[in-house]
Design a protein around this ligand. Structure first.
Ligand code: GCU
Length: 702
């Protein structure tokens, strides 16, 4: 009897433990922003229950299966009751999803001319009355448009919008919205801070990890439609039969979600895996090899997207090894992909300082003379700034300088230089600052975004890339708040005119809570977090003073004798006379790579905005600023301001205890603590080092 009782108690305890483990697991961040928890406010719930009583779908393609599965899962979860799927409207509250071609109901409810304007990826969502019933229709031209529409509809409910009188019409401004994975074939991730690669190459093609589908869902929910699977520092093996077969399996999982796959390729592949004696892009056997390779890939992956290439940069081989140009290399690959509709993204991340001693100038000097030489299916893929994903840089001057070339922009979602997965840094404001920068390429009003989306120069192709921060960590991104950067990248890729604040609000509501206190506080924390990071790391235009190699903490005294441009002192140039990189007319003249009036404004320290001051100027420590402070005082002010903001975020986060599930709450709390320690270190190390030159060593309060 006793034995039985103790057995029962054990069983009960075990079940309780299991129950709580499961409950916590539901909030471990795995679901990202696709949490479909039941709405708790009764009024809202009845509003949604009234508007959503059945899902009506008449199509059965793999994409429509995905639409059906997602809507069913999402709506049933949010509404707390099973929403049935039907093929005809039989009651009030039908949600009809379909394409013009396949759905007779959509043909009746949405006109062809109305849909024409939204293109292949766009959609329309309308509240209507039909056959005496209230109906919401999600209509598109293509199944993938319907999928984006379905996710948009779910987002409306997740963010608690009214479903009365919906009249929404959307289409993306940019065609290719890509993640660039810097994942190696051995499972490690370059600059990855969320565990190992999600691509389990050693298990493929036999085993298909369940994550692939959830990855596809998350991306489709924000409109991402392409993934470069492997690192730009590439290995030739990705193009072997073995890896093409493995990748084809991933492509099959992603395809229903509208996601194409791409490869980063190594320029010397024809030699390494093809047995050729050269990789010279003008050699006929090399050209033939690439053509056959393209044919082989497309046989297995008919919708393969194309290649991403890092050539002649940081040790990667390129056409220059054979005395050829970037255009020779890119066009050879483009020719091979062209019959299948593939594209080449050729990166402009090159900085051979024998071309110019100022690294910031190099890419422009190499690429601008080639404008007009690239095939029509080639993108030149530019990082957002002229150096390398620094906390803040002015926009890359290649935007606005190559009108005859389609230019893709590359942002870094993974936070290599912005605290990695340890700091809460919301990057949408950085990306917005760049996208909204006026290049003045055709007088005022030619934004970087207008060049990227192809409208400024009337290009037929357009693209945007984000270096992924995704890994196999349970929460995908390392820091729960790093998920926001993945989300924001997708949303901005879809619509560059969205505000950072709107995106932060959406994400917060979907990821954390719709409680107004939580929403407002988290949004506030996020909105100031990037500027704070700039402040405690590299204020006033400072850049690249991170520790060697891992780029995490501060190392302003780092000198690299082999490559001076890999050392911190090359960038900040602090000495007894002052600090900053003189890129004005009297310095490196990098400023001349920008159109007027930017060139003029940035050329003078009097008119140069404070945020770019030390990017463009070397100034004395006691240089008087408009604010009334000296340069040195102002630097100290910024470092302190950054630290203060992190301390404020800690307090704000603490005030949310009880309103956030404990596991995620503690995770963020711990990371904020780390961030504070790091911010203090940045401030102290930098001010101590610069203080030696400024001759103003001072005692600071911790
Ligand atoms: C940075 C980064 C490298 C990466 C490179 C690139 O320099 O530190 O890891 O390979 O960018 O974008 O190619």
């Amino acid at each position: 009897m006793n034995l039985l009782r103790s057995y029962r108690i054990k069983l009960l305890l075990w079940m309780i433990v299991l129950f709580f483990t499961e409950t916590l697991r539901a909030e471990d961040g795995y679901q990202l922003w696709l949490r479909y928890n039941e709405i708790s406010q009764p009024e809202l719930l009845s509003h949604y229950r009234e508007h959503i009583t059945q899902i009506v779908i008449q199509e059965s393609s793999p994409t429509f299966q995905a639409v059906q599965e997602e809507l069913r899962k999402g709506l049933s979860g949010l509404l707390g009751e099973e929403i049935p799927v039907a093929s005809s409207v039989s009651q009030d509250g039908a949600v009809v999803v379909g394409t013009l071609e396949q759905s007779s109901i959509v043909r009746k409810l949405a006109g062809a001319s109305e849909l024409e304007s939204v293109g292949a990826d766009g959609f329309i969502i309308r509240s209507l009355r039909w056959d005496n019933r209230t109906v919401t229709v999600i209509a598109a031209n293509q199944p993938k448009g319907a999928l984006y529409g379905a996710f948009h509809f779910l987002r409306l409910i997740q963010t608690q919008q009214s479903l009365d009188k919906l009249s929404i019409q959307q289409k993306p401004r940019i065609q290719k919205r890509l993640l660039n994975h810097w994942d190696n074939l051995n499972g490690s991730v370059e600059r990855g801070y969320a565990g190992r690669s999600i691509w389990k190459w050693n298990e493929l093609p036999e085993r298909i990890d369940a994550r692939y589908k959830d990855y596809a869902r998350a991306n489709a929910s924000i409109g991402i439609n392409g993934a470069v699977l492997n690192n730009v520092n590439s290995q030739a093996a990705i193009l072997t039969k073995e890896y093409i077969e493995k990748a084809a399996v991933i492509a099959n999982v992603l395809r229903p979600y509208g996601i194409q796959i791409y490869f980063s390729i190594k320029f010397t592949s024809p030699m390494e895996i093809g047995g050729l004696p050269t990789a010279d892009p003008l050699n006929p056997s090399v050209r033939q090899w690439w053509k056959e390779k393209a044919k082989e890939i497309y046989q297995q992956i008919p919708d393969f997207g194309g290649y991403l290439v890092k050539a002649y940069s940081e040790g990667q081989p390129g056409p220059q090894n054979y005395g050829r140009s970037h255009a020779d290399g890119a066009n050879m690959l483009a020719e091979a992909l062209e019959p299948y509709g593939g594209t080449v993204s050729w990166r402009s991340f090159v900085y051979d300082i024998s071309i110019d001693p100022d690294r910031a100038k190099c890419a422009y000097l190499e690429f601008v003379p080639l404008d007009g030489d690239f095939a029509s299916n080639v993108f030149i893929q530019n990082k957002n700034g002229p150096i390398d994903f620094q906390p803040r840089e002015p926009f890359n001057p290649l935007f606005g300088a190559m009108p005859k070339t389609a230019l893709m922009i590359e942002f870094q979602i993974t936070q290599e230089y912005t605290g990695q997965a340890k700091h809460l840094v919301y990057l949408a404001p950085l990306w917005k600052e760049v996208l909204d920068s006026d290049t003045y390429a055709y007088g005022p009003g030619t934004l970087v975004a207008d060049i990227v989306d192809g409208t400024a120069d009337k290009h037929a192709i357009s693209g945007i890339a984000g270096v992924s921060g995704i890994g196999s960590d349970r929460n995908w991104s390392g820091h729960h708040f790093s998920q926001a950067n993945w989300y924001a990248f997708g949303r901005l890729a879809w619509d560059t005119s969205l505000s950072s604040e709107q995106i932060a609000e959406e994400w917060t509501r979907m990821t954390w809570s719709n409680d107004p206190k939580v929403v407002n506080l988290i949004k506030k924390m996020m909105m100031g977090s990037w500027e704070a990071c700039v402040d405690y790391m590299t204020p006033m235009g400072l850049h690249h003073i991170m520790a060697a190699g891992h780029h995490y903490g501060p190392q302003p005294d780092y000198v690299n004798r082999r490559r001076i441009d890999w050392g911190s002192t090359y960038y900040h140039r602090a000495d007894a006379n002052g600090i900053g990189f003189d890129r004005s007319e009297t310095g490196s003249n990098a400023v001349s790579q920008y159109h007027q009036p930017l060139c003029r404004i940035w050329n003078s320290p009097k008119t140069c905005p404070e945020k770019y001051l030390l990017w463009f100027h070397h100034l004395p420590w006691d240089y008087p600023l408009e604010s009334g402070s000296t340069l040195w005082e102002r630097l100290k002010f910024h470092y302190q301001k950054g630290v203060d903001y992190v301390i404020l975020m800690q307090k704000e986060w603490d005030s949310l205890q009880g309103k956030i599930d404990p596991e995620r709450f503690e995770h963020v709390q711990n990371r904020l603590n780390m961030q504070k320690e790091n911010a203090l270190l940045w401030r102290d190390v930098c001010l101590k080092y610069f203080g030696r030159f400024a001759e103003k060593e001072e005692k600071r309060e911790p």
